[in-house]
Design a protein. Structure first.
Length: 145
C-alpha cells in the first residue's frame, strides 16, 4: 500500500521500520534543539510530516518500547489516532512518567506509527441486549489463570 506524506520542513525524516517484519514505522522528532520534559509533564513534539492515510485506515501512534520502558516517555493519550481526512502536522504528545527530567534530541525516535484498518458502524439503540454467560461481570471477572 502506498501512503502519501509531505515533509513540512527540510529536516523532517520519513518514517522508518526497524526491520522487515516490524509493524510500526518509527516517527522522529522534528526539532532544531534539545527539548526537556520534566517529570509529570507533557510536551507536543512535531514530526514535521503531514500524511494522507488511505480511506478505511487510520494511523495509530504507539509508544516505542525502549523509550517507554527505559525512559518513562510515552504518548500522553497512550495511542494517538491520525484519521484519513487529517492533513495537519502529525505531532506526538510525549508524557514523562519518570521521576527524572528527560531530553528529546533532534531527529530522535519518539513513537511508532502503525497503519490499521477500521470498521464504521451504525449504532442501533435497543431497550435491552441479548443475554450471555458472562453478562455484566467486568474487570477481573474471568480470574487470573
Amino acid at each position: 500500500m502506498e501512503m502519501k506524506i509531505q515533509k513540512l520542513t527540510d529536516h523532517a525524516k520519513v518514517p522508518e521500520r526497524g526491520s522487515n517484519q516490524a509493524a510500526g514505522y518509527d516517527l522522529f522528532a522534528d526539532i532544531t534543539e534539545a527539548c526537556e520534559i520534566l517529570p509529570g509533564e507533557t510536551k507536543m513534539i512535531g514530526t514535521g510530516l503531514a500524511m494522507a492515510v488511505p480511506e478505511g485506515y487510520f494511523g495509530g501512534i504507539f509508544a516505542r518500547s525502549g523509550l517507554s520502558c527505559k525512559e518513562g516517555l510515552r504518548p500522553a493519550n497512550c495511542v494517538g489516532v491520525v484519521d484519513s481526512d487529517y492533513r495537519g502536522e502529525v505531532k506526538v504528545a510525549l508524557h514523562n512518567d519518570s521521576d527524572f527530567t528527560r531530553v528529546i534530541e533532534p531527529a530522535q525516535k519518539i513513537a511508532q506509527l502503525v497503519v490499521l484498518p477500521f470498521l464504521t458502524v451504525d449504532f442501533a439503540v435497543m431497550d435491552s441486549l441479548d443475554e450471555t454467560a458472562r453478562g455484566e461481570n467486568g474487570f477481573g471477572s474471568t480470574g487470573k489463570h
